[in-house]
Design a binder for this molecule. Sequence first.
Ligand code: NAP
Length: 304
Amino acid sequence: MLTGCRIAFLGGDARQIEVIRHCSELDASITLYGYENLKNEFTGAVKKNITQNAFQDIDAVVLPVTGIQDDGTVDSCFTNKQIVISEEHFTFASKDILVFSGIASIHLKNYCAKTRGKLIELMKLDEVAILNSIPTAEGAILMAIQNTDFTIHSSNCFVLGLGRVGMTLARTLSALGANVYLGARKPEDLARAKEMGMNAFHIAEMPNNIQKADIVFNTIPAPILDASSLVKLPSHALIIDLASKPGGTDFRYAEKRGIKSILAPSLPGIVAPKTAGKIIANSLARLIIEHKSGLGVNSSEIIR
Ligand code: NAP
């Protein structure tokens, strides 16, 4: 239970509703900043305007998946007002404060470093990222279906990267009857792809393989689909780039070649906000409860 635990939510999208609901059910005392337009009411939750001392007497701050932007703004779907967080807000926070963010900018890391607060980047936790890969894969396949005039079944689907998203996506495409080509750099990943019945190739060999592709799904957050590969890609092929911004595709060159390429961020929040919110809620509540009960947050879970 989160009885007696004071949690401040700052901004967010539809996913955050599930997180607030879960914390409310666990009896937390909740303050919502940037939620004026939200119709839902939650037991134990009050809506307020942000003030300089908003983090005073707070055990955990929950930021949106996108965290704090470089100019200090915090995105919220539930207000027309701008929420801006500065270093000063963190000077009121206790050194034990937990700060949850999907991803963390350098700014946020610096703020937390100064307060000695514990910053947890939820999207970096395996338990979140692995489950989050399910709506990501479903969203990517939805986009592929919407942007092609052929079936995924029997088509040549290239998946670049065999991390948490790549693994789920490759397996799902395979189950749909696609011919999956998996590009990775680690020998063990290439071995795993073969074991999964896929065509495995070293990522450095992409220019020699990509001419077979109908759809390319990139999960590698590095400039991997460069001109040397794109020049070999058939013009009917579709690229869905899932990697964090700016993606791994030379979009300018792809467009020049007439290849449709789409950067597709935040798919879980778009295609399955309820599921994505529950995934975040479960891990966040577990971490707060463990921290509260003195178990501490594992060092692998603390970014600093
Ligand atoms: P991950 O588990 O870290 O996997 C990343 C993969 O990229 C690994 O296979 C890694 O290989 C490979 N890689 C990284 N740098 C590389 C390089 N320079 N050359 C070759 N391979 C490289 O990450 P993930 O959780 O799968 O997420 C993948 C990306 O998708 C991230 O950018 C993440 O932010 C993004 N994402 C997007 C969505 C969305 O909705 N679009 C949702 C979730 C995640 P090694 O192991 O060899 O390093």
